[in-house]
Ligand binder design. Structure first.
Ligand code: FAD
Ligand code: ZN
Length: 474
């Protein structure tokens, strides 16, 4: 599509000289995502600095039917932030103001372009915690986290992003500003409109600011890596440790042996801290107050687990540096897979208790489709969310391996469906999965999604073609 020059001119006027860019060299980093999987193009990058400017942009876009793609930190993994068809790109990078922390109310209001790491630091400076934690936290923005309802490693204890948002400011497709920056724990005054925009992936409105929920910062944190014989044993360990710690686990991450091997091969400064290899590992963390004897309960629980065969060995971090070293083993998996070669990835969820059965059923199906594919299935066991990934066989041709993507994805997603699971646990639908969504959602659910899209964005100018599948006309 080509946006007429006259409309581009009006959009530029709406933001002033500092608020737009047409230089291809400066725009280039916004057009490619970090894996290099998607590439877009745009005639104009808009960088509004205020909600009023976002509103002015959308009023013009709505009036003229001009498509807009919103982008935060450009770390999304399903192509939602990429303008594939020459849409105008709206970056939230200059919406970067942070209000002072409300310490007694334990809330923080920030603009959408503030990075997750900045939010975490602002809370930490006041001895409070914003618990959302992702490997991309240095670059991803709070607006992007909210738009994708991001998950990460602490969902087990604190929930997804939607559980951490008290208020939102959103600009609708027609430029109307919905100012819902309330800081209320309780608000049943009609529909909870903010939740409609959380996880809507830029298709229903542009999020310009949010009021976030903060938590008391735990003063004790125990981190351990346990070797476990199987995913089923890991599940038993999860229940046992939740019971021993009174539900204080904040992370419970499953990793296969190959993940540890890839990380120690490719990520500098990492090493296997246990003496003997194990088929599976769990990285876990428990956090709490200083008086609750958490560390003693946690370590006693681990000792019992080893005695009972749920784990074969474990190392408990005795300092923050050691805890960080253990976390590096988990957080380095995606990067080490990237350095190892091509991989076919899935972000799926199944009911927690069925994770071992799912792995046993789905892994051989992929191995039969692509002989030699190496299963690197890891993830948030406590949430039933696996990054069910496969690396290309060692020395294989990357392109030939990736040619299997669609067949492998469909086979895996069909099994996920049998298990009553989700084909996207935390990354969203975006461009990557929009075509396959109708296979896994009922007509009723799809029609309800389309009705919402039509109500909030009747001209379909916001991220057109993504997340909401069109009606198929035969
Ligand atoms: P972008 O990538 O810029 O955009 C993502 C989507 O949100 C797009 O559809 C875009 O249009 C929309 N959007 C962005 N900002 C706004 C706004 N202000 N208003 C409306 N729509 C908007 N995700 C997880 O959930 N859990 C993880 O553990 C995790 N780990 C990751 C690790 C790595 C190394 C990487 C690269 C990514 C990871 N992600 C993870 C994915 C990604 O970081 C998240 O989806 C993140 O929330 C995206 O934020 P962003 O600011 O980069 O958004
Ligand atoms: Zn994840």
């Amino acid at each position: 599509m080509t946006v007429p020059q006259a409309i581009l001119g009006r959009l530029k006027d709406a933001v002033g000289a500092k608020g737009f860019c047409t230089d291809p060299a400066q725009i280039a980093p916004y057009l490619e995502e970090w894996r290099g999987k998607y590439q877009g193009h745009t005639p104009l990058l808009l960088r509004p600095a205020t909600t009023a400017e976002v509103s002015a942009i959308l009023r013009i876009a709505h009036e003229t039917g001009t498509p807009i793609v919103t982008q935060g930190g450009n770390t999304g993994l399903v192509g939602g932030q990429i303008p594939f068809h020459g849409e105008v790109l709206l970056s939230t990078g200059r919406l970067n103001q942070t209000a002072p922390v409300d310490q007694s109310g334990m809330t923080l209001t920030v603009e959408a372009g503030v990075t997750l790491a900045q939010v975490q630091r602002a809370a930490d400076d006041k001895k409070l915690l914003f618990p959302l934690s992702l490997a991309s936290e240095g670059s991803c923005t709070i607006g992007g986290n909210i738009a994708t309802n991001a998950g990460g490693t602490h969902v087990l204890r604190y929930g997804m992003t939607r559980a951490l948002v008290l208020g939102l400011q959103v600009v609708l497709a027609n430029g109307t500003v919905l100012d819902m920056l309330r800081s209320l724990a309780k608000d049943n005054s009609g529909y909870d409109l903010k939740q409609i925009f959380i996880g809507s992936e830029g298709t229903l409105g542009v999020i310009t600011a949010a009021t976030l929920k903060l938590f008391a910062k735990p003063d004790v944190s125990v981190t351990a890596l346990a070797a476990v014989p199987s995913p089923a044993a890991a599940l038993k360990l999860l229940s046992a440790l939740q019971a021993r710690t009174g539900g204080m686990l904040s992370a419970f991450e499953l990793m296969p042996r190959i993940a540890l091997e890839l990380v120690t091969r490719h990520i500098e400064g990492t090493r296997d801290p246990l003496t003997a290899p194990s088929p599976w590992y769990v990285l876990m963390e428990a956090t709490g107050g200083g008086d609750c004897n958490l560390a003693a309960g946690f370590e006693a629980g681990l000792a019992d687990a080893i005695a009972g065969g749920m784990a074969t060995d474990a190392v408990v971090a005795s300092s923050q540096t050691q805890a960080a070293a253990l976390w590096k083993l988990r957080e380095g998996i995606s990067e080490s897979q990237r350095r190892e070669g091509a991989s076919i990835k899935h972000d799926i969820a199944v009911p927690v208790a069925t994770v071992p059965d799912f792995l046993a059923r789905a892994t051989p199906v992929v191995e039969a489709l692509v002989p030699g594919a190496r299963a690197v299935s890891f993830g948030h066991l406590g949430d039933g969310n696996l990054h069910f990934n496969f690396s290309a066989p060692a020395g294989a041709d990357n392109a030939a391996f990736l040619a299997h993507w669609d067949a492998v994805q469909q086979a895996v997603h069909d099994i996920v469906q049998e298990f009553g699971g989700s084909i996207s646990a935390e990354h969203g639908i975006g461009a990557m999965k929009v075509a396959s969504l109708p296979r896994y959602k009922s007509h009723g659910e799809l029609d309800a999604m389309r009705a919402l899209k039509a109500a909030f964005d009747p001209k379909s100018i916001l991220n057109p073609g993504k997340t909401v599948p069109p009606v198929l006309r035969l």
